[in-house]
Write a protein that binds this ligand. Sequence first.
Ligand code: NDP
Length: 313
Amino acid sequence: MMRVLFADKPENWPRYEAALNAAFVQAGLNAEIFQPGEVAPDSIDYIVYSPQGPVQDFTPFTRAKAVLNLWAGVERVVGNATLTQPLCRMVDAGLERGMVEYVTGHVLRYHLGLDATLAQQDGVWRHDGGVPPLARNRSVVVLGLGALGAACAQALVALGFDVTGWSRTQKEIAGVTCLSGADGFNQALGRAEILVSILPDTPETTDLLNAQTLALLPKGAAIINPGRGTLIDDDALLAALDAGQIGHATLDVFRIEPLPAAHPFWAHPRVTVTPHIAAESRAETASEVVAENIRRGEAGEPLLYLVDRARGY
Ligand code: NDP
């Protein structure tokens, strides 16, 4: 019988126990799941992993054929020198829908000016006779067109927004103006009334949004960052907010999490902090992905969602 290690934080086991077992049965796998310490590491065939779990050193797992990350982001494991096994990231339908709902919700909030509406419940009837813009008059840019970014771009197109996407390699997504490369980046920023960044944390994406690049955005643009905190230079963003170059920022991810109570983002009147809740892997759907990858591993088929260790995502 195959041995699978559940190397997420122990609090998550109750969520995953039934889901993983059911998914293994569904996939026809004859597998038993163990917690760290229950069996010898060199008897484990696959590791279901999260960076919040107890495994940091993969050296003793000499038999493990793959490490299956429960998170989409891999920045906390991709550089682990003890990891010699293939590493797969999570692409999960639940994660994707969560991200789509978070992003479309905050884009609509900015598009409709909901913050001002909520702040103006004061007895004054402010209809100036103007016609508010429709989504098609609003340019939204999505940085990162991977599993999550592409789904968000498509959902924004379905709502009628004028959507531009940017990625490392050129994409084709119906209804989305797809750009790539350095020129594409500058072009994308120049048209971003609302900028959504869903890029991974890699050496190439660190501080991508800095004083120079924030200056390329149209004045008063809004930023939504559910990607990673390292994408934005915090001080540059605060300066751009104070100068009015950036109108508002909604930030879900930070260089230090939990975001320290004294961090200026908390108190800034034009920053919304959400506590890394944009999207969560859902146990049922994530377990199906894990089971399918183990089935593939056993059948000698290529694994899904393999991480390119050199690129970092
Ligand atoms: P993918 O790996 O599927 O997609 C990453 C995208 O980013 C790809 O389109 C890739 O381009 C692009 N990209 C990477 N590096 C560069 C670069 N240097 N220049 C331009 N484009 C680049 O990841 P996912 O969509 O699954 O997830 C994206 C990120 O979302 C995760 O890494 C994680 O950080 C974050 N996340 C946040 C969550 C939250 O709750 N806040 C939850 C889940 C994920 P190409 O396609 O050309 O390779």
